[in-house]
Each structure stands twice: as C-alpha cells, then as structure tokens.
Write a protein that binds this ligand. Structure first.
Ligand code: ZN
Length: 319
C-alpha cells in the first residue's frame, strides 16, 4: 500500500516536472517566435517610419528651394549691379558716336543744333521708384528712356512709361550675365523673351536694347558682333552710355555724388547718354534727378528720349 502511494507521488512529481518543462519549452518557443517577429517586423516598421519622415523632409526641402528661388529672383538685380561696377569706370570706356544715317528722319542733332542733348536712361526697372521718376519727368516736361527687365506686378508702370511719351527699351529677361552670354542661342532666347514680355504687357514692339554690362562687357566668350547680328535680325538698335551716374555700385552713392558724376560727364559732350538705374536701393538717383535736370537745362541742354533720330552711342567692343 505504502509502496503504491510512493509510486503515485513519484508519478505526480514526474508529471509535474514534465508539464513544467513543457511550459518552459513553450515559453522559449514563444520567446523565439516573438523575437523573430520583432526582428522582422520592427526594422520594417522603422523603415516605413523613416521613409515617411524622409518624404516629409523632401517636401520641406522643396518648399525651401522654391522660397530661395523667389528670394534670389527679387535680389538678382542688386547682385548683378555689384557685378556691373567693373564696367562703369569712364576711363575704361571708348565711346563711339554713330550719326543717324537715314534721309527720311530728321535727327535730334538737326532739330536741336547747337544745344546739348541729354538722354537719361534708366536700366533694370520697373521698380517701386518708377512712378516717382515718371512724376519728376512730367514735372519738368521732359522724356527719358527706360531699358526694362521682365518683372511681374508692374504692368501699370510699363504702360505709363509708354503712354507718357518715354521710350521703352529692353535690357534683359534674366539679367544673369553667365546665362545670357553663354551662347548665341541663350542670348537670342533672353532678348526675345523680354521683347515678348513687353509686347504682351504694352502691345509695343520694342526698338532699342541695352546690353547688361554694356556692349563692352568681358563676360562673354562669344564675340559681341554675333550678338549685334542677333539684335539686327530682331530690328533692335543697341545703345550704351557715355556718361555714368555711378549709381550701379553696390554701396549707394549720395545724390550729390550722382549729380557731380552726371554734370561732369556731360561737360564737353553734344550727345550725353546717361546711365542710371531704376531699381531697389537706388533712391539717391531719384533724389538727384531734379537738380541734374535744372542744372543742365540752365545751361541750355535739351532732354530727349532715345528715338531713331538719336545718334547711336556705343562702346568700342572687345571682340
Ligand atoms: Zn542692368
């Protein structure tokens, strides 16, 4: 009896052990399975999470790129003007005066013989100062020439320039020298783009062009004469300048410095094509205008817009 009890106890203990072992094995199995699942699933989930994050970052980078491009657009004019400085030192320019050669046209020099003829030219506009410049021109009852860029949001200013009898010429679409002067094709593309832009806004077929940096610029490795041929193909006449107001420099000049540059530059010249800028940061140019006009008018000068009756002022090109 005792013996069978003992056996039973041993049996119980054994089955107890077996079930414990089974449980342990099961637990180990579960552990292994869950580890495998975690090992596969977790990296996948992490990958998915990181992928979503990456997409978000890419989107943000895109947004930032667009914002930077917009900011660059706004400041391109100022950047390029600093670049222009090299070309504005008057002693580096050799000017040519090409007389009007068309019997059907009465030239300015015939119309205003014996008088100094001053052609104020404003590059890089329109800008927030265009209206102010136009108001001053109206106040003195004179006309000028605007060599414009393609800038959205200034339709009124483009049209006002034309409506009030000034000459609207073109300067550049992008104003990025390296792009414009990269090849004949890119030059043609820039010129026709800005001409089309102006035509769409004003209905005007432009006739006059100013090279960014002047025709004497040394940015281009393509001969300037090739670019001039392209202008001719498009019925465009280019004008450089023989008087630099000096307002292209990156640190703005005072209005009295600009006044002195213009008055001194015009001294001894019959035809004065004055380079000025209608652009952000160039308000001292606007401030200098009335005194420049008054001084030169008091000396008998006449202020005119560039037309086909104007002697063409160019720089000696560096081909
Ligand atoms: Zn310019």
């Amino acid at each position: 009896m005792e013996e069978s009890k003992e056996k039973e106890v041993i049996k119980e203990v054994k089955s107890d052990d077996a079930s414990k072992r089974r449980k342990r094995v099961n637990a180990i199995k579960r552990f292994i399975v869950s580890m495998v699942i975690i090992g596969i699933l977790l990296p996948n989930l992490m990958c998915m999470y990181l992928f979503v994050k990456l997409e978000k970052i890419n989107h943000r980078l895109n947004d930032i790129d667009v914002a930077i491009a917009e900011i660059n657009d706004k400041f391109v004019v100022e950047e390029v003007q600093a670049e222009d400085e090299i070309y504005y030192s008057p002693d580096k320019l050799e000017e040519l005066v090409i007389p009007v050669d068309n019997e059907n046209i009465v030239s300015d020099s015939e119309l205003y013989e014996g008088r100094k003829r001053v052609y104020l030219t404003f590059d890089d506009g329109p800008s927030k100062y265009t209206d102010e410049i136009l108001d001053i021109l109206n106040e003195y009852n004179i006309k000028a020439t605007f060599f414009v860029l393609a800038k959205d949001g200034y339709d009124d200013q483009y049209n006002r320039i034309v409506r009030e009898g000034n000459t609207l010429g073109i300067h550049s679409y992008s104003h990025v020298y390296d792009t414009i002067y990269a090849s004949e094709d890119s030059f043609r593309e820039d010129v026709t783009a800005v001409a089309d832009y102006v035509y769409n806004v004003t209905g005007l077929k432009v006739e006059f062009y100013r090279f960014p940096g002047g025709s004497s610029n040394r940015v281009s490795s393509v001969p300037t004469s090739s670019f001039i041929n392209i202008l001719n193909e498009n019925n465009l006449v280019y004008f450089d300048w023989n008087v630099a107001s000096g307002d292209a420099v990156s640190s703005p000049l005072s209005s009295s410095q600009i006044y002195n540059n213009v008055i001194n530059g015009c001294a001894g010249r019959d035809d004065c094509v004055v380079l000025m800028h209608d652009a952000v940061g160039k308000h001292s140019t606007v401030e200098a205008l009335p005194s420049i006009i008054e001084k030169l008018q008091s000396e008998g000068a006449v202020f005119l817009p560039i037309t086909e009756g104007t002697n063409q002022i160019t720089h000696k090109i560096n081909d």
